[in-house]
Design a protein around this ligand. Sequence first.
Ligand SMILES: NC(=O)c1ccc[n+]([C@@H]2O[C@H](COP(=O)([O-])OP(=O)(O)OC[C@H]3O[C@@H](n4cnc5c(N)ncnc54)[C@H](OP(=O)(O)O)[C@@H]3O)[C@@H](O)[C@H]2O)c1
Length: 277
Amino acid sequence: MFKILAIFGATGKQEISIIDHVLNDSELSRQYKIRAITRDFTSAKAKLLQDKVEVVHGAILNRPSVETALTGVHAVFIMTASFLSPDVEGQISSSALPSIYELSGGKYVKVTGFDIKAKAEQYIWGLPVPSAFCSLGSFVENFESYSYLTPRKEEDVNSVRDTGKFVGAILAEPDKFDGKTLCDATKLYSLQEMIAIVSKATGKDITYKHISPDEFRKRLKLPDSVVDMFMEMITFLDETEYFGPNTENLVAWSANNARGKLSTLEEYLEAHPLRLE
Ligand SMILES: NC(=O)c1ccc[n+]([C@@H]2O[C@H](COP(=O)([O-])OP(=O)(O)OC[C@H]3O[C@@H](n4cnc5c(N)ncnc54)[C@H](OP(=O)(O)O)[C@@H]3O)[C@@H](O)[C@H]2O)c1
């Protein structure tokens, strides 16, 4: 008998990575039947999904639609997106981030995208259901989608995210990961390592140039509130580590538990050559 795995925001990149992972994993595909939940099942992306899995309508802030979509469901994946209120319910696995407010001892208050996800995580931990979290590292796709790194447009990005390999591990052994957070990253790359890898991949001699916060701020062609948030995030990451003081061990443990080989930066750049101007 199949267990139904409901996936919210099913047309998203992380979500499609999970869907593909489960469908292609001989053990998980025998255990789980996917119910893809999307706000608009008439969209082109939702239509593509219909060829592979059951697709139903559901919007997280529309309670009746969520209740209908979750009927008979055994497990749920929710990306606790920064635009959601903390008042969301989860049952097994969720994509989250650490609270920069908490990790910085209240020094940084504007990185609300991280803090709201951490609040949702606390809420879900308090529910009487088994749950586990995936806290994602920085996406390699940022090289292509962030305008201050490269002139490419977001639409050009062809994602190869490994989210499915981490969520797949949780789905395969839910008891092992109940109450745990996987810090999803292949490994920690130092700035020097990244520069060497990008130089090799592009054939260009790339060097590191430190610029002042003011200069960096000017390069972010974004609304002031977003720039303020971004500056606090970058400054925090400059002072400490992404997942807090135990980052190295957390990443190594999570990578060891991933279900399948994780992609490296070198492999990503080989598959998605960077266009530098
Ligand atoms: N960039 C990084 O380095 C990094 C690192 C760690 C974490 N993150 C986090 O990753 C997330 C983005 O991941 P992604 O690019 O995979 O997401 P995404 O593809 O932009 O969105 C995922 C899905 O969420 C649903 N959605 C979008 N806007 C919504 C809204 N306003 N209300 C309700 N549902 C909405 C959509 O699904 P439907 O239309 O099908 O409903 C969408 O396909 C962000 O929350 C970010 O904080 C990013």
